[in-house]
Design a binder for this molecule. Structure first.
Ligand code: SF4
Length: 359
Protein backbone atom coordinates (compact mmCIF):
# COMPACT_ATOMS: atom_id res chain seq x y z
CA UNK A 1 0.00 0.00 0.00
CA UNK A 2 1.51 3.31 -0.99
CA UNK A 3 0.16 6.55 0.37
CA UNK A 4 1.46 9.99 -0.50
CA UNK A 5 3.43 11.56 2.36
CA UNK A 6 2.41 14.88 3.91
CA UNK A 7 4.42 17.65 2.27
CA UNK A 8 6.36 19.64 4.85
CA UNK A 9 6.15 22.93 2.96
CA UNK A 10 4.00 25.96 3.50
CA UNK A 11 3.07 26.17 -0.14
CA UNK A 12 -0.47 25.94 -1.32
CA UNK A 13 -1.89 22.46 -1.63
CA UNK A 14 -4.48 21.60 -4.21
CA UNK A 15 -6.80 18.73 -3.39
CA UNK A 16 -8.80 16.44 -5.64
CA UNK A 17 -11.14 18.07 -8.15
CA UNK A 18 -14.11 16.74 -6.25
CA UNK A 19 -13.26 18.75 -3.19
CA UNK A 20 -11.83 21.82 -4.90
CA UNK A 21 -10.18 23.35 -1.86
CA UNK A 22 -6.98 25.32 -1.94
CA UNK A 23 -5.20 25.27 1.34
CA UNK A 24 -2.28 26.98 2.98
CA UNK A 25 -0.39 25.08 5.68
CA UNK A 26 0.60 28.31 7.38
CA UNK A 27 -2.97 29.07 8.31
CA UNK A 28 -4.24 25.62 9.17
CA UNK A 29 -5.46 26.52 12.67
CA UNK A 30 -7.51 29.47 11.44
CA UNK A 31 -8.78 27.89 8.25
CA UNK A 32 -12.48 28.00 7.70
CA UNK A 33 -13.94 24.56 7.21
CA UNK A 34 -15.28 24.17 3.72
CA UNK A 35 -17.94 21.60 3.16
CA UNK A 36 -18.63 21.86 -0.51
CA UNK A 37 -17.74 18.29 -1.21
CA UNK A 38 -20.05 15.35 -1.65
CA UNK A 39 -20.10 13.34 1.55
CA UNK A 40 -16.61 12.28 2.59
CA UNK A 41 -16.27 8.69 3.75
CA UNK A 42 -14.15 7.71 6.75
CA UNK A 43 -13.46 4.42 8.46
CA UNK A 44 -13.78 4.58 12.25
CA UNK A 45 -12.36 2.00 14.63
CA UNK A 46 -15.31 1.40 16.92
CA UNK A 47 -14.83 -0.71 20.04
CA UNK A 48 -18.19 -0.03 21.61
CA UNK A 49 -16.44 1.98 24.32
CA UNK A 50 -17.06 5.58 25.22
CA UNK A 51 -14.07 7.14 23.45
CA UNK A 52 -14.56 5.56 20.04
CA UNK A 53 -18.31 6.24 20.20
CA UNK A 54 -17.62 9.89 20.96
CA UNK A 55 -15.07 10.13 18.16
CA UNK A 56 -17.63 8.71 15.75
CA UNK A 57 -20.22 11.17 17.02
CA UNK A 58 -17.86 14.08 16.30
CA UNK A 59 -17.32 12.79 12.78
CA UNK A 60 -21.05 12.45 12.23
CA UNK A 61 -21.38 16.09 13.30
CA UNK A 62 -18.89 16.88 10.52
CA UNK A 63 -21.31 15.19 8.14
CA UNK A 64 -18.76 12.54 7.40
CA UNK A 65 -20.13 9.25 6.11
CA UNK A 66 -18.89 6.77 8.68
CA UNK A 67 -17.98 3.16 8.09
CA UNK A 68 -17.26 1.61 11.46
CA UNK A 69 -14.93 -1.33 11.79
CA UNK A 70 -14.84 -3.46 14.92
CA UNK A 71 -12.32 -6.14 15.82
CA UNK A 72 -12.99 -9.10 18.04
CA UNK A 73 -10.69 -11.84 19.23
CA UNK A 74 -11.01 -14.70 21.70
CA UNK A 75 -9.20 -12.42 24.16
CA UNK A 76 -12.04 -9.90 24.38
CA UNK A 77 -13.60 -10.04 27.83
CA UNK A 78 -16.77 -8.27 26.72
CA UNK A 79 -17.80 -11.09 24.39
CA UNK A 80 -17.31 -14.35 26.26
CA UNK A 81 -19.91 -16.40 24.47
CA UNK A 82 -21.28 -14.77 21.36
CA UNK A 83 -19.41 -14.19 18.15
CA UNK A 84 -19.18 -10.48 17.53
CA UNK A 85 -19.26 -7.63 19.97
CA UNK A 86 -22.54 -6.77 21.69
CA UNK A 87 -21.17 -3.42 22.88
CA UNK A 88 -20.43 -2.25 19.36
CA UNK A 89 -23.93 -3.10 18.22
CA UNK A 90 -25.26 -0.85 20.99
CA UNK A 91 -22.85 1.91 19.93
CA UNK A 92 -23.89 1.60 16.29
CA UNK A 93 -27.53 2.04 17.31
CA UNK A 94 -26.64 5.06 19.45
CA UNK A 95 -24.92 6.58 16.42
CA UNK A 96 -27.96 6.16 14.19
CA UNK A 97 -27.33 2.74 12.69
CA UNK A 98 -24.15 3.56 10.83
CA UNK A 99 -22.48 0.95 8.63
CA UNK A 100 -20.53 -1.65 10.64
CA UNK A 101 -17.95 -4.21 9.56
CA UNK A 102 -16.99 -6.78 12.18
CA UNK A 103 -13.66 -8.53 11.85
CA UNK A 104 -12.76 -11.59 13.92
CA UNK A 105 -9.01 -11.78 14.45
CA UNK A 106 -7.73 -15.31 14.11
CA UNK A 107 -4.39 -17.12 13.81
CA UNK A 108 -2.41 -14.20 12.38
CA UNK A 109 -3.35 -12.32 15.54
CA UNK A 110 -2.23 -15.24 17.71
CA UNK A 111 1.13 -15.11 15.94
CA UNK A 112 1.44 -11.46 16.97
CA UNK A 113 0.60 -12.42 20.55
CA UNK A 114 3.28 -15.10 20.40
CA UNK A 115 5.95 -13.01 18.81
CA UNK A 116 5.33 -9.25 19.03
CA UNK A 117 7.87 -6.98 17.39
CA UNK A 118 7.31 -4.26 19.98
CA UNK A 119 7.07 -6.42 23.08
CA UNK A 120 4.45 -6.87 25.77
CA UNK A 121 2.68 -4.69 28.29
CA UNK A 122 2.11 -5.82 31.87
CA UNK A 123 0.89 -9.26 30.75
CA UNK A 124 1.00 -10.96 27.37
CA UNK A 125 -0.64 -7.95 25.72
CA UNK A 126 1.24 -6.92 22.58
CA UNK A 127 -0.58 -3.59 22.45
CA UNK A 128 1.62 -1.74 19.95
CA UNK A 129 1.61 -4.59 17.43
CA UNK A 130 -2.11 -5.11 18.06
CA UNK A 131 -2.86 -1.47 17.22
CA UNK A 132 -0.65 -1.57 14.13
CA UNK A 133 -2.49 -4.63 12.88
CA UNK A 134 -5.92 -3.11 13.47
CA UNK A 135 -5.01 0.23 11.89
CA UNK A 136 -3.52 -1.59 8.88
CA UNK A 137 -6.72 -3.58 8.44
CA UNK A 138 -8.80 -0.43 8.81
CA UNK A 139 -6.55 1.14 6.15
CA UNK A 140 -7.22 -1.75 3.78
CA UNK A 141 -10.92 -1.21 4.30
CA UNK A 142 -10.47 2.54 3.73
CA UNK A 143 -8.92 1.84 0.33
CA UNK A 144 -11.52 -0.75 -0.54
CA UNK A 145 -14.48 1.57 -0.01
CA UNK A 146 -12.78 4.74 -1.22
CA UNK A 147 -12.77 6.45 2.19
CA UNK A 148 -10.60 9.51 2.74
CA UNK A 149 -9.14 8.66 6.15
CA UNK A 150 -9.54 6.58 9.27
CA UNK A 151 -10.22 7.76 12.78
CA UNK A 152 -9.95 6.27 16.25
CA UNK A 153 -11.12 7.13 19.75
CA UNK A 154 -7.57 7.20 21.11
CA UNK A 155 -6.81 9.86 23.69
CA UNK A 156 -3.29 11.13 24.17
CA UNK A 157 -1.79 9.83 27.41
CA UNK A 158 -4.74 7.69 28.38
CA UNK A 159 -3.20 4.24 28.03
CA UNK A 160 0.33 3.66 29.20
CA UNK A 161 1.61 1.52 26.36
CA UNK A 162 0.04 2.84 23.17
CA UNK A 163 -1.28 6.33 23.65
CA UNK A 164 1.86 8.40 23.95
CA UNK A 165 2.90 10.61 21.07
CA UNK A 166 6.00 8.71 19.95
CA UNK A 167 4.09 5.40 20.06
CA UNK A 168 1.11 6.80 18.19
CA UNK A 169 3.47 8.16 15.54
CA UNK A 170 5.17 4.77 15.34
CA UNK A 171 1.80 3.03 14.96
CA UNK A 172 0.83 5.36 12.11
CA UNK A 173 4.21 4.91 10.43
CA UNK A 174 4.31 1.14 10.69
CA UNK A 175 0.74 0.75 9.55
CA UNK A 176 1.65 2.74 6.43
CA UNK A 177 -1.05 5.33 7.16
CA UNK A 178 0.92 8.30 8.42
CA UNK A 179 -1.21 11.42 8.05
CA UNK A 180 -4.40 9.46 7.44
CA UNK A 181 -5.18 8.56 11.06
CA UNK A 182 -7.28 11.21 12.76
CA UNK A 183 -7.80 11.12 16.52
CA UNK A 184 -10.70 13.55 16.94
CA UNK A 185 -10.66 13.55 20.75
CA UNK A 186 -7.00 14.63 20.96
CA UNK A 187 -6.42 16.08 17.49
CA UNK A 188 -5.19 19.50 18.59
CA UNK A 189 -2.23 17.88 20.34
CA UNK A 190 -1.01 16.53 17.01
CA UNK A 191 0.11 17.95 13.70
CA UNK A 192 -2.82 18.42 11.33
CA UNK A 193 -3.65 15.26 9.44
CA UNK A 194 -4.31 15.06 5.71
CA UNK A 195 -8.13 15.25 6.05
CA UNK A 196 -7.69 18.41 8.15
CA UNK A 197 -5.33 19.92 5.60
CA UNK A 198 -7.72 19.09 2.82
CA UNK A 199 -10.56 20.75 4.69
CA UNK A 200 -12.50 17.50 4.90
CA UNK A 201 -12.54 17.89 8.67
CA UNK A 202 -12.62 21.20 10.54
CA UNK A 203 -9.69 21.26 12.96
CA UNK A 204 -11.38 24.00 14.96
CA UNK A 205 -14.12 21.57 15.92
CA UNK A 206 -11.77 18.81 17.04
CA UNK A 207 -10.81 18.33 20.67
CA UNK A 208 -7.73 18.49 22.85
CA UNK A 209 -8.47 15.88 25.50
CA UNK A 210 -5.49 14.20 27.11
CA UNK A 211 -4.68 12.13 30.17
CA UNK A 212 -6.25 9.26 32.02
CA UNK A 213 -9.28 10.98 33.50
CA UNK A 214 -12.48 10.28 31.63
CA UNK A 215 -14.49 13.11 33.17
CA UNK A 216 -14.46 15.21 29.99
CA UNK A 217 -15.60 12.30 27.87
CA UNK A 218 -18.38 11.40 30.31
CA UNK A 219 -19.76 14.94 30.37
CA UNK A 220 -19.39 15.21 26.60
CA UNK A 221 -21.33 11.97 26.20
CA UNK A 222 -24.12 13.36 28.38
CA UNK A 223 -24.12 16.56 26.32
CA UNK A 224 -24.37 14.62 23.08
CA UNK A 225 -27.04 12.22 24.35
CA UNK A 226 -24.83 9.14 24.36
CA UNK A 227 -26.11 7.02 27.20
CA UNK A 228 -25.09 3.44 26.49
CA UNK A 229 -21.46 2.63 26.38
CA UNK A 230 -21.44 -0.84 27.91
CA UNK A 231 -17.75 -1.45 27.36
CA UNK A 232 -16.35 1.75 28.97
CA UNK A 233 -12.68 0.90 28.65
CA UNK A 234 -12.74 -2.34 26.67
CA UNK A 235 -11.45 -5.56 28.11
CA UNK A 236 -8.57 -7.76 27.09
CA UNK A 237 -7.64 -11.04 28.72
CA UNK A 238 -4.05 -10.63 27.61
CA UNK A 239 -3.57 -8.02 30.32
CA UNK A 240 -4.68 -10.48 33.01
CA UNK A 241 -1.82 -12.02 34.95
CA UNK A 242 -3.31 -15.49 35.41
CA UNK A 243 -4.41 -15.76 31.82
CA UNK A 244 -1.00 -14.51 30.69
CA UNK A 245 0.64 -17.34 32.66
CA UNK A 246 -1.64 -19.82 30.91
CA UNK A 247 -0.97 -18.56 27.44
CA UNK A 248 2.78 -18.42 28.11
CA UNK A 249 2.63 -22.05 29.22
CA UNK A 250 0.54 -22.88 26.13
CA UNK A 251 3.08 -21.31 23.76
CA UNK A 252 6.00 -23.02 25.43
CA UNK A 253 4.39 -26.47 25.10
CA UNK A 254 2.70 -26.15 21.70
CA UNK A 255 4.47 -26.49 18.39
CA UNK A 256 1.64 -25.10 16.27
CA UNK A 257 -0.53 -22.73 18.32
CA UNK A 258 -4.07 -22.28 17.05
CA UNK A 259 -6.69 -19.72 17.93
CA UNK A 260 -9.12 -22.64 18.36
CA UNK A 261 -7.24 -23.69 21.51
CA UNK A 262 -7.75 -20.34 23.21
CA UNK A 263 -11.27 -21.11 24.37
CA UNK A 264 -9.93 -23.94 26.52
CA UNK A 265 -7.41 -21.59 28.11
CA UNK A 266 -10.30 -19.42 29.28
CA UNK A 267 -12.11 -22.05 31.31
CA UNK A 268 -11.41 -24.33 34.24
CA UNK A 269 -8.50 -24.89 36.57
CA UNK A 270 -5.27 -25.68 34.73
CA UNK A 271 -2.55 -27.97 36.04
CA UNK A 272 0.72 -28.53 34.22
CA UNK A 273 1.71 -31.96 35.55
CA UNK A 274 4.92 -32.14 33.54
CA UNK A 275 6.12 -31.18 30.07
CA UNK A 276 3.90 -33.69 28.28
CA UNK A 277 0.83 -33.58 30.52
CA UNK A 278 -1.72 -30.96 31.37
CA UNK A 279 -5.05 -31.36 33.14
CA UNK A 280 -8.00 -28.97 32.89
CA UNK A 281 -10.74 -29.30 35.51
CA UNK A 282 -14.16 -27.64 35.02
CA UNK A 283 -15.32 -25.37 37.83
CA UNK A 284 -19.05 -25.39 37.17
CA UNK A 285 -21.76 -26.84 34.92
CA UNK A 286 -21.17 -24.30 32.19
CA UNK A 287 -17.48 -25.16 32.07
CA UNK A 288 -18.33 -28.89 32.03
CA UNK A 289 -20.29 -28.26 28.83
CA UNK A 290 -17.48 -26.15 27.34
CA UNK A 291 -14.93 -28.88 28.02
CA UNK A 292 -17.20 -31.52 26.49
CA UNK A 293 -17.70 -29.41 23.38
CA UNK A 294 -14.16 -28.19 22.94
CA UNK A 295 -11.97 -31.19 23.62
CA UNK A 296 -9.80 -32.51 20.79
CA UNK A 297 -9.89 -36.19 19.93
CA UNK A 298 -6.17 -36.41 20.62
CA UNK A 299 -6.92 -35.46 24.25
CA UNK A 300 -8.72 -37.50 26.91
CA UNK A 301 -12.13 -36.40 28.12
CA UNK A 302 -13.18 -37.72 31.50
CA UNK A 303 -16.76 -37.18 32.66
CA UNK A 304 -18.33 -38.42 35.91
CA UNK A 305 -21.02 -41.02 35.32
CA UNK A 306 -22.64 -41.67 38.68
CA UNK A 307 -21.31 -38.99 40.98
CA UNK A 308 -21.36 -35.16 41.00
CA UNK A 309 -17.78 -34.48 39.90
CA UNK A 310 -16.23 -32.15 37.36
CA UNK A 311 -15.50 -32.89 33.71
CA UNK A 312 -11.76 -33.11 33.08
CA UNK A 313 -9.59 -32.87 29.97
CA UNK A 314 -6.19 -34.50 29.91
CA UNK A 315 -3.72 -33.28 27.32
CA UNK A 316 -1.10 -36.01 27.42
CA UNK A 317 -1.20 -39.55 28.80
CA UNK A 318 -1.13 -39.22 32.62
CA UNK A 319 -4.57 -40.71 33.14
CA UNK A 320 -4.14 -41.34 36.84
CA UNK A 321 -3.04 -37.78 37.48
CA UNK A 322 -6.15 -36.55 35.64
CA UNK A 323 -8.50 -38.79 37.63
CA UNK A 324 -6.73 -37.72 40.79
CA UNK A 325 -7.59 -34.09 39.97
CA UNK A 326 -11.17 -35.07 39.23
CA UNK A 327 -11.68 -36.71 42.62
CA UNK A 328 -9.85 -33.92 44.40
CA UNK A 329 -12.52 -31.50 43.15
CA UNK A 330 -15.41 -33.81 43.95
CA UNK A 331 -16.93 -33.23 47.38
CA UNK A 332 -18.51 -36.62 48.01
CA UNK A 333 -17.69 -39.88 46.29
CA UNK A 334 -17.08 -43.53 47.04
CA UNK A 335 -14.08 -44.87 45.13
CA UNK A 336 -15.47 -48.41 45.10
CA UNK A 337 -18.57 -47.52 43.11
CA UNK A 338 -17.93 -44.43 41.04
CA UNK A 339 -17.44 -44.70 37.31
CA UNK A 340 -16.50 -42.30 34.60
CA UNK A 341 -16.83 -42.10 30.85
CA UNK A 342 -13.49 -41.90 29.16
CA UNK A 343 -13.46 -40.51 25.59
CA UNK A 344 -10.29 -40.78 23.56
CA UNK A 345 -9.62 -40.85 19.82
CA UNK A 346 -13.31 -41.26 19.00
CA UNK A 347 -13.88 -44.18 21.40
CA UNK A 348 -15.91 -43.99 24.60
CA UNK A 349 -15.34 -46.40 27.47
CA UNK A 350 -16.92 -46.64 30.91
CA UNK A 351 -14.29 -47.25 33.57
CA UNK A 352 -14.34 -47.43 37.32
CA UNK A 353 -12.09 -45.07 39.22
CA UNK A 354 -11.01 -47.92 41.44
CA UNK A 355 -9.74 -49.91 38.44
CA UNK A 356 -7.87 -46.89 37.15
CA UNK A 357 -5.94 -46.61 40.37
CA UNK A 358 -5.29 -50.36 40.59
CA UNK A 359 -3.95 -50.74 37.02
S1 SF4 B 1 -5.19 -4.37 25.57
FE1 SF4 B 1 -5.43 -6.14 24.20
S2 SF4 B 1 -6.88 -5.47 22.60
FE2 SF4 B 1 -6.11 -3.62 23.64
S3 SF4 B 1 -4.38 -2.97 22.40
FE3 SF4 B 1 -3.57 -4.26 24.04
S4 SF4 B 1 -3.46 -6.33 23.15
FE4 SF4 B 1 -4.81 -5.08 21.82
Amino acid sequence: MHLPPIKRTSSLLRCSKKNQIILSRASIAQRVFVMNQSKIKAVGLLSGGLDSTLAAKLMIEHEIDIYAINFTSPFCTCTPKAAGCAAVVTAVKALGNISLKQVALRDEYLEIVRNPKHGYGSGMNPCVDCRIMKIKKAGDYMHKIGAAFIFTGEVLGQRPMTQHKPTLHLIDRESGLQGYVLRPLSAVHFEPTIPEMKGQVDRNRLLGISGRSRKTQISLAAEKGIKDYPCPAGGCLLTDKNFSDRIRDYFSHTEHPSIKDILLLKVGRHFRIDTGNKVIVARNEHECEVLKNQYHEKDHLLAPLNFPGPVVILQGSALKAAIDKMVRYTKRYTPETVRITHSYKGKIKIVSIKDCFVN
